[in-house]
Write a protein that binds this ligand. Structure first.
Ligand SMILES: Nc1nc2c(ncn2[C@@H]2O[C@H](COP(=O)(O)OP(=O)(O)OP(=O)(O)O)[C@@H](O)[C@H]2O)c(=O)[nH]1
Ligand SMILES: [Mg+2]
Length: 298
């Protein structure tokens, strides 16, 4: 059997988590139109026991978008992404086909040039990309001579994703089956639940408020037909707490309801979800809090 690791790397918002979900056919990573959605390295396990007869297991590592950090949290999650270059069998770099090449892309290229791990490039969002723009980007990246190959894909509608996955599989060395066949991620359910709540906060809130949010699951009780969850939403300012709760508690109720529906779908039982909001002044600028919240790559 062949098995190995693939690091998915790129700037924020290019569609890395959307691609991970598309490959797995299941939603395990949260996504949003706002940059810096992903904060942890998210593991997605793809197993095809028929591939090449011996079978293949590919472990995808979806990473936070690489950006210029503005606080301790940003620095920590950037490091998580950059550390993912180490120890993978192939790096999949993603760019947004609708965007122009910029200094952020230059930075990522300069880091890539320091590693001799094989690299593929996926130019994403081809469903929205004008052909001229795609061609110009393709030629530009091709000219760097850094990538083994370049694919135009749509992570959202799945165009060309199968071809990309087949190609990635060719980089997998002989190896063991790291995870059982039916496992799609090694993150505990409670982590995914906290991420779902954060995704809904990103959906319901604007500007800085959702970026300064941390969700902690306080209790998680599984009964036969019911899962009882209580979670604390930490935010950075008293004023943010008011915004999250909303007039008459309406905002928080909306977040709670849409999170509950998504969690019910995942766990397959009714869910009772209780949300509390607390303030941790400017936690994103505190090394200690960023570490306590588990964002430091050990
Ligand atoms: N039209 C279109 N939209 C896409 C595509 N892929 C992703 N998106 C959208 O782009 C936005 C960002 O997607 P994410 O998957 O969250 O991006 P990301 O690279 O994981 O972002 P970070 O976690 O912030 O680094 C979301 O609104 C997605 O729906 C695509 O192929 N086509
Ligand atoms: Mg992401």
């Amino acid at each position: 059997m062949k098995s190995g690791f693939i690091g998915i790397i790129g700037r924020p918002n290019v569609g890395k988590s959307t691609l991970l979900n598309q490959i797995l056919g299941e939603k395990i990573a949260i996504t949003s139109p706002k940059p810096q959605t992903t904060r942890n390295r998210i593991t997605g396990i793809y197993t095809d026991l028929e591939a090449g007869n011996g079978g293949v297991q590919m472990i995808f590592l979806d990473t936070p978008g690489i950006h210029k950090p503005r606080n301790k949290l940003g620095a920590a999650i950037n490091e998580t992404a950059l550390n993912t270059f180490k120890g993978v069998d192939v790096v999949l770099v993603m760019v947004d086909g609708t965007a122009d090449f910029g200094t952020g892309d230059e930075f990522i290229l300069s880091v890539l040039q320091e590693t001799d791990t094989p690299k593929l490039l996926a130019i994403n969002k081809t469903d929205l990309t004008a052909p001229d723009h795609y061609k110009a980007l393709y030629d530009k990246y091709d000219g760097f001579g850094v990538f083994d190959d370049i694919y135009g894909i749509s992570a959202l509608d799945g165009t060309n994703v199968k071809q990309l996955v087949d190609r990635l599989a060719t980089y997998m060395p002989e190896g063991p089956m790291y995870y059982p066949e039916d496992m799609v991620t090694d993150h505990p359910e409670r982590f995914i639940v906290s991420e779902i709540i954060r995704e809904k906060l990103l959906q319901y809130l604007d500007q800085e408020v959702p970026h300064g949010v941390y969700v902690e699951i306080e209790s998680y009780k599984e009964h036969e037909n019911l899962t009882e969850i209580s979670a604390v939403i930490y935010c950075e300012k008293k004023s943010h707490k008011g915004i999250i709760i909303g007039k008459g508690g309406r905002k928080l109720k909306g977040v709670g309801k849409s999170a509950r529906l998504a969690i019910e779908e995942m766990v397959g039982t009714k869910v009772f979800l209780e949300l509390f909001v607390k303030v941790r002044e400017n936690w994103r600028d505190s090394d200690r809090m960023v570490r306590n919240f588990g964002y430091k790559d050990e």
